[in-house]
Design a protein around this ligand. Structure first.
Ligand SMILES: Cc1cc2nc3c(=O)[nH]c(=O)nc-3n(C[C@H](O)[C@H](O)[C@H](O)COP(=O)(O)OP(=O)(O)OC[C@H]3O[C@@H](n4cnc5c(N)ncnc54)[C@H](O)[C@@H]3O)c2cc1C
Length: 464
């Protein structure tokens, strides 16, 4: 049989099938199409085979098989990366999604989670004990890709990035060896996997430090018509500059959903969502939101005490699967009037009602970790902006992509790099790291993956 460009004997294939406890799927087999599908509907790639790992032994078998047959190798965690790097066309895709084991240690406040977990899975288990770690803002994002790129979310100002709470990983190298990687074992690799993406190996499980969060927090969204976007962003700039770490506010330029909670006049109209997360005493949180409500009364106010897990899935519907997605992003050192004007100009003229432009505030704990402590780049960022152009019809791509490109170009003079997980289809990996960080990542890549076996990612190219 020919796989990719390699002729593989039926004996070798039989051995692979026998040696994998999970599933080995070829084109046409049941489950193949579902497994190769990722969040961005623009990605329609067909791996020569898919291995759905049930455990570490399957991961080792997949890595060894791909290396021995020279197949391009990719790893799928939650399938959320807009670039589709999880899916190797004509190669071997390793699907981690069956590996969902989670063990919480409530006393020691740690959790070990297998790499196929989504943030909703992890939050579900840790919140049973009122504990959490910084995670993604959309609950079906994979912990794998998100953590390896750094990890930002509602808790980053309070607890730092996801990687600031990473204690260890189990990782399978390009040579098929399992390593336990932490601050004492392979510290160079431990530094690199905290922000360097999937460049260094397949992580089979992550161990995180947990913190008391909720389970009831103050959260939810205030909704405004787009005409107020500039005023909101100016207020937001000052608000976040003085905000305590416990408060994190995401502002999203979007189209108001046709939902019952939205006033009729605003449904399907350009709008601004202000998404609040306050971890702490509810009354104190209310006092922190009060100035916004007083200065800019919202058209709809959906904030209040809620389970942290509800906040963590609040915007899931704003990130639907199977749409065409083109992503650009920028880290900013501040929201100058010029930047605000640009964001308002483009963000209130979305070319598709599915498009969305969220801004996240950095600062707080994430900014107090030294830049060289982990590979996550640009900790001096004040706000990050994600430009998600999202539309249903593949034949209608040009104008949506042109809008996103033009928006991004207008922000470029104000950019402080880009968050690696949001580089999108056209981002350059060097933008995600200051030069010294990038050089150190190359050194670690040279040491652990000199042949660039792991290149389906935001790739750090080896130089040996
Ligand atoms: C709607 C949406 C919301 C998002 N929200 C956030 C957010 O709140 N915070 C944030 O930080 N990011 C966010 N992101 C970005 C997200 O972190 C990245 O897209 C990330 O790559 C997703 O991880 P995944 O496992 O789902 O991705 P996948 O597409 O499955 O994988 C992407 C890449 O990650 C690597 N990878 C994944 N798992 C492993 C593993 N086990 N071992 C080695 N490499 C692996 C591989 O290189 C792979 O190509 C969001 C993205 C989207 C689309």
């Amino acid at each position: 049989m020919t796989i990719g460009e390699t002729v593989v004997s039926s004996g070798a294939l039989a051995a692979l099938r026998a040696g994998v406890r999970g599933q080995v799927l070829f084109p046409g087999e049941d489950g193949y199409d579902a497994a190769r599908t990722v969040w961005n509907g623009m990605i329609d790639r067909r791996p020569a085979l898919i291995i759905r790992a049930a455990g570490v032994a399957d991961v080792i078998a997949a890595v060894n098989f791909a290396r021995e047959t020279s197949l391009v190798f990719s790893v799928r965690g939650g399938g959320h990366n807009a670039t589709g790097s999880a899916v190797a066309d004509g190669g071997l895709m390793l699907d981690m999604s069956l590996m969902k084991g989670i063990r919480v240690d409530p006393e020691g406040r740690t959790v070990r989670a297998e790499a196929g977990c989504l943030w909703g899975d992890l939050d579900h288990e840790t919140q049973a004990f009122g504990l959490a770690v910084t995670g993604g803002q959309v609950s079906d994002t994979g912990i794998g890709g998100l953590t390896l790129g750094g990890g930002v979310g509602h808790l980053m100002r309070l607890l730092g990035a996801t990687v600031d709470n990473l204690l260890s990983v189990d990782l399978v190298t390009a040579g098929g060896r399992l390593l336990t990687v932490d601050s004492e074992h392979h510290p160079d690799l431990f530094w690199a996997v905290r922000g360097g993406g999937g460049n260094f190996g397949v992580v089979t499980s992550f161990e995180y430090r947990l913190h008391p969060v909720g389970p009831i927090i103050l959260g939810g969204m205030l909704l405004y018509p787009a005409e107020q976007a500039a005023e909101i962003l100016r207020f937001y700039r000052e608000w976040m500059a003085d905000a305590p770490d416990e408060l994190c506010v995401t502002v999203a330029l979007m189209t108001a959903p046709p939902a019952p909670f939205v006033p009729e006049s605003l449904r399907l109209q350009p709008a601004v969502g202000v998404i609040v997360c306050y971890v702490g005493d509810i009354e104190t949180g209310q006092q922190l939101i009060a100035p916004l409500r007083a200065a800019l009364p919202p058209a709809a106010d959906l904030t209040g005490p809620m389970p942290y897990t509800v906040l963590q899935s609040l915007i899931d519907d704003a990130a639907p699967w199977h749409q065409q997605v083109f992503l650009k992003a920028a880290n900013l050192t501040g929201l100058s009037d010029d930047v605000i004007d640009t964001i308002v100009q483009y963000g209130t003229h979305l070319t598709s009602p599915l498009s969305i432009v969220p801004l996240n505030p950095w600062g707080g704990a994430i900014s107090r970790v030294p830049e060289d402590a982990t590979a996550l780049g640009h900790r001096d960022t004040a706000f990050s902006v994600y430009i998600f152009a999202v539309w249903p019809d593949p034949a209608d791509s040009e104008r949506h992509m042109a809008w996103a490109r033009s928006f991004h170009e207008a922000l470029r003079p104000h950019m402080n790099g880009t968050y690696v997980n949001e580089l999108g289809q056209e981002g350059r990996v060097a933008e995600a790291y200051p030069p010294a960080t990038y050089a150190r990542l190359v050194e670690v890549k040279n040491r652990y993956d000199p042949t660039n076996f792991f290149h389906m990612n935001q790739n750090i190219k080896p130089t040996v």
